[in-house]
Design a protein around this ligand. Structure first.
Ligand code: SAH
Length: 213
């Protein structure tokens, strides 16, 4: 299979799993997943599978990236916070749809490597920090959109507090060894509205910055 065929299949898999939003599909067509996967597994970049990355973490399944991005309803004027940079792939997709993207990970190595890929790809509207993302980014807050790519038992309070009125947060909730649910939280002038989207499986949101940092 040549590259063009592989890419066609990749987009077909996304569509058949429910990623139908055209701007999301265009972003995912534009951002090649391979540079975000180092070494051996890079050749499997176009399969709709989660794959291992450094620090014992995983790059999410592309269709899940697509569905989460779609659920976030990003507009070109939005400032977005992503918690859980991992490989940087999800942040790169968001960079195509938003005005500004901040992404944080508790592993310094992942942040450093993701920054290198952002630089290589010329993505100038993404900034990555090493931090415990459950506290959000008080200096850059508030955010129009927040996407969490690690599972917490409940939506972290500081993240809810950093969401603008009219803002949307998408995150997996539940214990890491059981079924988790992807939920969407909207902050309206009257308070918070929750809806449950689908079952998912993510690595856990862990307290504190990692010791390798
Ligand atoms: N979005 C990533 C995949 C994320 S995997 C991608 O596109 O590749 C989940 C990531 O969340 C891991 O890299 C893990 O280190 C990070 N993480 C877990 N707990 C965290 C916390 N409290 N603060 C910031 N990052 C955290």
């Amino acid at each position: 299979m040549d590259d063009a065929e592989r890419k066609m299949q990749f987009l077909y898999a996304l569509r058949s799993r429910g990623v139908t939003n055209n701007s999301v599909l265009t972003a995912m067509e534009k951002i090649d997943r391979a540079p975000f996967i180092k070494g051996y597994f890079a050749e499997r970049a176009y399969e709709d599978m989660p794959l291992p990355i450094a620090c014992g973490q995983t790059i999410s399944q592309p269709s899940v990236v697509g569905l989460m991005t779609q659920a976030l309803e990003v507009t070109p004027r939005d400032t977005v916070l992503e918690v859980g940079t991992g490989s940087g792939y999800q942040a790169a997709i968001l960079s195509q749809l938003a005005r500004r993207v901040y992404t944080v990970d508790r592993h310094q190595r992942l942040v450093r490597e993701a920054r290198e890929v952002f630089d290589d790809l010329g993505l100038t509207n993404v900034t990555a920090f090493t931090a415990d993302g459950s506290f959000g980014l008080p200096d850059q807050a508030p955010f129009d959109r927040i996407l969490v790519t690690a599972a917490a038992e409940d939506p972290p309070g500081p993240l809810l507090a950093q969401l603008k009125v009219g803002g949307i947060m998408v995150l997996p909730v539940g214990q890491s060894d059981t079924v988790q649910h992807l939920i969407r939280v909207r902050r309206t002038p009257d308070g918070l509205e929750y809806d449950e989207l689908r079952p998912v499986r993510f690595v856990p949101l862990i307290e504190g910055v990692a010791r390798d940092a």
